[in-house]
Design a protein around this ligand. Structure first.
Ligand SMILES: O=C(O)C1=N[C@H](C(=O)O)C[C@H](O)C1
Length: 293
C-alpha cells in the first residue's frame, strides 16, 4: 500500500480503450500498458478522468485492474484506482473493492453535481478514508462544479488515511496556500502547470500527457527534484505545445486519438457523450507529433 512518503514523481493515468462498438478492449489495454511500463514512471492510475471513469462500469474497472496487475507482475509499480463518485456510500464500496483488487491507493474526486456543503465534502472524504485504505484526494473544480477553499482542503488532507492531493484546481493558488503548512504530498493534476507546481514544492504530477513522451516528463521531475530548475524549464518548454494540444478539446479525446494513430491502441473510440476530436485538431496533433517525435 502507498504511504504519503512514497507518493511522489510522475504517475501516468492510463486510457480505457474501447472498440468501435464502444466495448471494453482489454487486449489493447494490455498491449498498451505493457509497452508504457517500460518507462520508469512512479505509478499508474486506472479509472481517472483519462480512463473515462464516468462511462466505465465498475465491473469493467475490475477487469482492467486484473489485467493491469498481470502486466505489472514483473515490476513493483504502484497502482492507483479511481474509486470516487458523487455518492459517499458508493465511493466507500468501491474503495473497499479496489483494495481487494490489488490497488496500492485510491483516487477520490471531490463529489460532483449535487453541490454539497464543504462540511458534507469533508464527511465524504472522512468516510472513504475510514475504509482504512490509502486515499488520494482529487480536486478538479472545472469538472466537479465544486470549488473547495484551501481551509477545507487542508482539513481533508489532515484526515487520517488521506495520503495526498492531486491538485487540478486550474492554477497554482491552492498549492501556494497549502504547501507552506502541509506535510502531505501534493501532485500536479493540471499538466500545463507542472513546472510552476514543482517550483512551489509539489511532489510530482498525475498527468495525462505523460502517456506521450513519458521519458521527457520523468526528466522534468528528476531535473526539478535535483534543483536544476532551469534545465527542468527547458525540458518542460519543449513539451508545452503538445500539452496545449492534448487539452484543447476534452481530455482524453486528443490523447486517445494520438495513441490510436501511433498504433498503441486499436481505436480512438470514446464512450458517448465523449466524442472524437475535430479534424482541425487531428491535423495539428499529427503535424506536431511528427516534429517532436
Ligand atoms: O486522469 C486524470 O485523472 C487526469 N485528469 C485531469 C483532467 O483531465 O481533468 C488531467 C490530468 O492530466 C489527468
Amino acid at each position: 500500500m502507498l504511504s504519503e512518503n512514497d507518493l511522489h514523481g510522475i504517475y501516468v493515468p492510463v486510457i480505457t480503450p474501447f472498440d468501435t462498438q464502444e466495448r471494453l478492449d482489454v487486449e489493447s489495454f494490455e498491449r498498451y500498458l505493457t509497452s508504457l511500463i517500460q518507462h520508469d514512471m512512479d505509478g499508474i492510475v486506472l479509472n481517472g478522468t483519462t480512463g473515462e471513469s464516468p462511462t466505465t462500469a465498475w465491473d469493467e474497472v475490475g477487469r482492467l485492474a486484473e489485467a493491469a496487475r498481470a502486466c505489472m507482475r514483473s515490476k513493483a509499480l504502484p497502482l492507483v484506482i479511481g474509486s470516487g463518485t458523487n455518492s459517499t456510500a458508493e465511493s466507500v464500496r468501491r474503495t473497499e473493492a479496489a483494495g481487494l483488487w490489488g490497488a496500492d491507493a485510491v483516487l477520490a474526486v471531490t463529489p460532483y453535481y449535487s453541490r454539497p456543503s464543504e462540511e458534507g465534502v469533508i464527511e465524504h472524504f472522512r468516510r472513504i478514508a475510514s475504509v482504512g485504505f490509502p486515499v488520494i484526494a482529487y480536486e478538479v473544480p472545472s469538472r466537479t462544479g465544486v470549488t473547495l477553499s484551501a481551509e477545507t482542503m487542508k482539513r481533508i488532507l489532515d484526515l487520517d488515511g488521506i495520503i495526498g492531493l492531486k491538485d487540478a484546481s486550474g492554477g497554482t493558488s491552492l498549492a501556494e496556500k497549502l504547501l507552506p503548512n502541509c506535510q502531505k504530498p501534493i501532485l500536479c493534476g493540471e499538466d500545463a502547470h507542472l513546472l510552476e507546481m514543482l517550483q512551489l514544492g509539489a511532489a510530482g504530477g498525475m498527468l495525462a500527457s505523460a502517456n506521450v513522451h513519458t521519458t521527457a516528463f520523468l526528466d522534468v521531475y528528476a531535473q526539478a527534484a535535483s534543483g536544476n530548475m532551469s534545465l527542468a524549464a527547458a525540458t518542460f518548454d519543449r513539451l508545452l505545445p503538445l500539452i496545449r494540444l492534448l487539452f484543447r478539446e476534452s481530455n482524453p479525446a486528443p490523447l486517445k486519438w494520438l495513441l490510436a494513430r501511433q498504433g498503441h491502441i486499436a481505436s480512438d473510440t470514446l464512450r458517448c457523450p465523449m466524442a472524437r476530436i475535430s479534424d482541425a485538431l487531428q491535423e495539428e496533433l499529427s503535424a506536431l507529433s511528427e516534429v517532436i517525435a
